[in-house]
Design a protein around this ligand. Sequence first.
Ligand code: C5P
Length: 309
Amino acid sequence: PEMTRDDHASSEAINKVRFVRSYAKINLTLDVLGKRPDGYHELATIMQTIDLYDTLCFSILDEDRVSMVCNRPELSNEHNLVVRAAQAIRQKLGLIRGLAIELNKRIPVAAGLGGGSSNAAATLLALQHWWQLPLSMHDLWEIASSLGSDIPFFLTGGLALCEGRGEQITPLAAHWPAPMRWLVLLKPAISVSTATVFRQLTASDYSNGSWSRAAETALQTRSALHPDDLYNSLERGVLEQYPEVAQAHTDMLQAGASFVRLSGSGPTLFSTFATLPAATRVQQHLQARGYEVYLTRPIAANNSEISFF
Ligand code: C5P
């Protein structure tokens, strides 16, 4: 159920309820360097948070447990990263404190947009802030990386280079290139398992990290990035394996996108546009063909401006 502000209009209730936004990401580059002894893959990827978000509502539960409800009922269970993040914090600090979480999903699930990871990071940040916990950023980073490779990025968000499994974060202090101001995302109507996509990589998909290094340099020295600078090692495999994604890729180009890239392990595809009318044209074209499409923009780092309202 959607919760409206009227549901907790009294000042007492407002003190006991916190809302946060949890933003999605896209990958501008994603170099897979190779397979590691621990089974993960060594990555270099540049990620950017975007203005497509879920909302999380936290309130006090008068029992010593964590409850969670979601507008997508299949996600309302104790395996959800939101619950696991809250439990990890309670366990680390030995807190006896009940918590009710309401998760309103708008970010497509299992789409390559980092929605679940973002929700987990937003939970860590929200509880740290709301409960005034004695956790350093490093403590939060440790909990985040133990829960999933993409979660540490979302503790800061914005534009960052992520290495290792994805958990080694270098924020990039660069202005977003104006010619890429508007983003059109297309989410094909299939789900893709990240683990499967990684498993199906072949040695020829590996790169030495040069795409991410070059893009980092381009962003930091010139704040300029050309579509040809974008790259994703996972794209070939996903386009080959999933005809729906290959078809959507073709249809985006036909609708007027000058290039199309895969985000993360997909299946979401994106392109960029300098102007809103150009982006809107392509969005409408694809919507008319029945596709699930999002028109969005990059959004700055969220660490300092996590929105409690
Ligand atoms: O870390 P996380 O649990 O989010 O990763 C999901 C799956 O994606 C892993 O189980 C692994 O199969 C794959 N993965 C990988 N290399 C990475 C990150 C994820 O192989 N750097």
